[in-house]
Write a protein that binds this ligand. Sequence first.
Ligand SMILES: CCC/C=C/C(=O)SCCNC(=O)CCNC(=O)[C@H](O)C(C)(C)COP(=O)([O-])OP(=O)([O-])OC[C@H]1O[C@@H](n2cnc3c(N)ncnc32)[C@H](O)[C@@H]1OP(=O)([O-])[O-]
Length: 308
Amino acid sequence: MADKSEFDPQLIISHKFPEITYSYTERDTALYALGVGACADDAVNDKELKYVYHHDGQQSIQVLPTFTALFSLDFTSQLAQLPGFQYDPHLLLHGQQYVEIYKPLPSSGCILNKATVAGLHDKVKAAVLEIEVVSYEKDTGEMLCMNRMTVFLRGAGGFSKSSQPYSYTRYLANRTLEYKIPKTQPFSVYEQRTQPSQALLYRLSGDYNPLHSDPAVAEIAGFSRPILHGLCTLGFAVRAIIKCVCRGEPNMIKGISGRFLLHVYPGETLITEMWLEGSRVLYQVKVKERNRAVLSGFVNLDRLSSSL
Ligand SMILES: CCC/C=C/C(=O)SCCNC(=O)CCNC(=O)[C@H](O)C(C)(C)COP(=O)([O-])OP(=O)([O-])OC[C@H]1O[C@@H](n2cnc3c(N)ncnc32)[C@H](O)[C@@H]1OP(=O)([O-])[O-]
């Protein structure tokens, strides 16, 4: 249990993270695509080969829009040094991810990431911390995307000094972030089994937390075995939407929001259900073997495919 006397919300929300440069190559984008299941069931899939191979004479590997979420990860390793912050790193879970994409990513690049604390909430049983990361192309200074990553820190709540639970948000509450999963039949449903080794492959994209690879660490965290990275599940879901709604065109995606509802074990089957609401796709991912919802959210498109 974290020592609440050392928890200082004011220090946390005023913290200035150092800027972090992140460089990647086509090898990284292809490895990422394999990590989120591209071509896993069909190695000659003409809609997905472009993410892993210079298919059909294409000049460069195409980047999946969820690759942008990797830009927020480097800041999780900095949480241990965040002044005024007390938590048990074994109990950290990824709670939510929100991404705005302003420009399709090049297949290789050098990115400058600037992070701030965007929110901090005392949920008593947990502390919820939001980190916002704005990413720029290093050479041109052009803004590429914004990530808002929410971490759910079990056992770190109860730090409020008054009777009102502490809650701070730096961004304006925005109605467009609200969504409700419909009770109606989905527009489309896509099923894909993850591999038992999925987390071992996905971690090579930069999230080396042993929660996803080490049975002993997973057990301390309260799981019977290592669990899948939340961003890997999100990658599967958004790929399903690109396939079923975007007709294979990844650059239609302008925004992604997801809340992780329950852990996924590598090897489980993900069923992504999708509903259309204007140019927004609402989605929910269920694990087939346990019939439980594990992720829900929405994806904003720049337009709807004309053939839908
Ligand atoms: C980050 C990089 C490292 C990556 C790690 C991973 O990938 S780990 C693998 C990927 N991640 C996973 O596998 C995690 C999967 N998710 C889970 O295991 C559970 O959803 C939970 C443990 C996060 C919360 O469950 P619970 O039963 O303890 O919660 P409850 O329903 O009793 O609500 C209490 C309060 O918290 C709020 N709140 C609730 N959920 C979330 C959320 N997701 N997000 C934010 N907030 C959330 C809720 O609104 C409520 O506040 P209110 O309304 O009272 O003001």
